[in-house]
Design a protein around this ligand. Structure first.
Ligand SMILES: NC(=O)c1ccc[n+]([C@@H]2O[C@H](COP(=O)([O-])OP(=O)(O)OC[C@H]3O[C@@H](n4cnc5c(N)ncnc54)[C@H](OP(=O)(O)O)[C@@H]3O)[C@@H](O)[C@H]2O)c1
Length: 306
């Protein structure tokens, strides 16, 4: 099958042919139709995760996937051939990924059925970013009437977190540069916008003199932002800013549990969330797409696999 792989440590990412995987006991073989780029993929491609996780070379890159169940391994009960599914490749090692025509994933974690009506390209861009957004919002638990600052609202996680914060009834302040970025976050429901190329704390103080109840930290300098917190304020960070840095902070490590993915799938199918995919690339264009991602995008960069 065709896949985007890291052939060995220190090598360049390449698009090549690798063996089609077989589902082991408890695994599902998915024919991948869509995926998307996450920062983690660039970290793996750059060799930055070596030493933290076992790598089984050639490592097929890609955390996200959406597609159709092609076969199931022994003991699989929740999924059957023909099911439309999406999720996040979650294994104890790196080797199998969504940037290939097929991927094997455990049925136990990182896999959910897609209801009728859910767009497959959107689902392919939803897994990791959506999970991180849900987990961050769960950790910080914004209440109706509270004020939420989303730092990094223009990115993949931020675009989803913003919609959930608005749906929770919070007043949402989003970071975005003037122009297309500002229009983007306002289209997703942001009530106020602060320009992250300027002094964010000063702009937030001007917009919300009493401070903010929740900070969803997806980009920027959390240490500078925490001064904005109200007395009962909370911070949820996907960037390692946790309780060791501030007593009100939680470091969120995205866990694509069944309930989380089911919620995302249901919200996508019902139109309660949209997954903004700014640009879509073919599988053999992934190395070039990495450059675009690193340069900054609005929402997600999608990958069409088949
Ligand atoms: N812990 C986990 O489990 C987990 C899971 C998913 C993601 N993450 C991490 O969470 C972060 C967000 O992920 P993502 O997928 O949303 O990344 P992304 O798509 O690259 O989005 C980041 C966004 O932040 C904006 N930005 C850059 N500097 C900023 C600043 N100083 N203040 C405010 N916004 C700024 C960028 O906009 P510009 O284009 O204007 O620069 C970009 O739109 C990444 O660091 C990612 O690695 C962690």
């Amino acid at each position: 099958m065709k896949a985007v792989v890291l052939p060995e440590h220190g090598a360049q990412v390449e698009v090549t042919e690798v063996a089609k995987p077989e589902p082991a006991a408890g695994e599902v073989l998915v024919k991948v139709q869509a995926s998307s780029i996450n920062g983690f993929d660039l970290s793996v491609a750059g060799g930055h995760v070596a030493g933290m996780m076992e790598h089984r070379y050639p490592v097929v890159l890609g955390k996200d996937f959406a597609g159709t169940v092609e076969a199931v391994g022994e003991g699989v009960t929740r999924f059957a051939t023909g099911d439309t599914v999406f999720g996040v490749v979650t294994k104890a090692y790196l080797g199998d990924g969504g940037f290939g025509e097929y991927v094997t994933v455990p049925e136990a974690v990182g896999l959910a059925k897609l209801p009728d009506g859910a767009d497959i390209a959107a689902a392919g861009a939803l897994g990791l970013a959506g999970t991180a957004a849900v987990d961050a919002l769960t950790a910080a638990a914004p209440q109706s009437g509270e004020t939420v600052l989303i730092s990094g609202a223009t990115g993949g996680v931020g675009a989803i977190a913003l919609q959930y914060a608005v749906a929770a009834g919070a007043t949402v302040i989003a970071t975005a540069k003037p122009g297309a970025e500002e229009e983007f976050v306002r289209s997703l429901g942001a009530h106020q916008v602060v320009d992250h190329s300027g002094d964010v704390p000063a702009q937030v103080r001007a917009a919300s003199p009493d401070g903010v109840d929740v900070i969803v930290h997806l980009a920027g300098d959390a240490a500078a932002l925490v001064q904005l917190l109200t007395e009962k304020g909370r911070v949820a960070s996907t960037m390692g800013f946790g309780a060791d840095q501030h007593p009100a902070a939680t470091f969120v490590y995205a866990n694509p549990a069944e309930a989380t993915l089911d919620r995302l799938a249901g919200d996508l199918a019902a139109g309660r969330i949209t997954v903004p995919v700014a640009k879509t690339y073919a599988l053999n264009e992934v190395p070039a797409a990495f450059g675009d991602f690193a340069g900054g995008t609005l929402g997600k960069i999608g990958i069409t696999v088949s």
